[in-house]
Design a protein around this ligand. Structure first.
Ligand code: SF4
Length: 231
């Protein structure tokens, strides 16, 4: 009887003070970030890695040759050079990276991921798989929309100086947005010299090379205008 009386109650009106969509989305992103931090801390606690150390390893793993200069690490992770150097020195003591001087210029110090370092940040047991599993709950259309949305958010944060380097198609010199009428594969990647679809847009591509400021702006406008027009 109690259940029946609940069913008979009139529907409650939607609260008028509902938060604006950008605020709701920001709250959702914050929840994701908290979940990831908690997972990272648990995992890093086991591996004995601090957050910055883990970021350095993950950055090196994303490079084609698993190496980078200390100055580039500092720039990409938006930290000061001494901070990056300290994290690298700690990782070297743990035998997760090794440092060596460039053959071409002895003043340049390169950092390379060791096999042990690659295992310590392997995605098989880490966050990327956890997220991939969660995002597989989206339909393929939702996944493409999410990817494009992330691209726009990341680009904005990059323009605000919060993210230093994002190796995304939209700022790559090889990217030619909306070159074809074919809806499934409207863009062109000069690197592979082939059409690519929205589903193949990259957020972190090893072959990425930065476009000039004017080319990146032109590419973005073309990509974004067509996106708005298509709706
Ligand atoms: S090289 Fe990579 S980032 Fe550049 S357009 Fe091709 S797929 Fe995109």
């Amino acid at each position: 009887m109690a259940e029946l009386s609940v069913l008979n109650q009139p529907a409650k009106p939607v609260p008028k003070d509902r938060l604006p969509m950008p605020v709701q989305l920001a709250a959702g992103l914050e929840k994701l970030s908290l979940a990831l931090k908690s997972r990272t801390w648990r995992r890093e606690g086991q591996a004995g890695l601090g957050p910055l150390q883990r970021q350095v390893l993950t950055l090196l793993r994303s490079k084609a040759d698993h190496s980078a200069q200390v100055s580039a690490i500092a720039q990409e992770l938006v930290v000061r050079l001494p901070t990056a150097s300290e994290a690298v020195a700690t990782l070297e003591r743990k035998r997760l990276v090794k440092r060596f001087r460039s053959h071409r210029d002895g003043r340049i110090v390169n950092v390379e991921l060791t096999a042990r370092g690659a295992r310590a940040c392997a995605p098989a047991v880490g966050i990327p798989n956890l997220l991939a599993e969660a995002t597989s709950a989206l339909t393929s259309t939702e996944q493409v929309a999410f990817l494009k949305g992330l691209m726009k958010v990341i680009r904005t944060l990059q323009q605000q100086g919060e993210i230093s380097v994002a190796r995304m198609c939209v700022s790559c010199r090889f990217f030619r947005p909306h070159q074809y009428a074919e809806a499934a594969q409207p863009h062109h990647c000069d690197y592979v010299n082939a059409p690519i679809g929205d589903h193949a847009l990259r957020l972190d591509c090893a072959e990425y090379e930065p476009a000039s400021i004017s080319q990146a702006k032109e590419s973005w406008d073309r990509f974004n205008e067509s996106r708005t027009a298509i709706g």
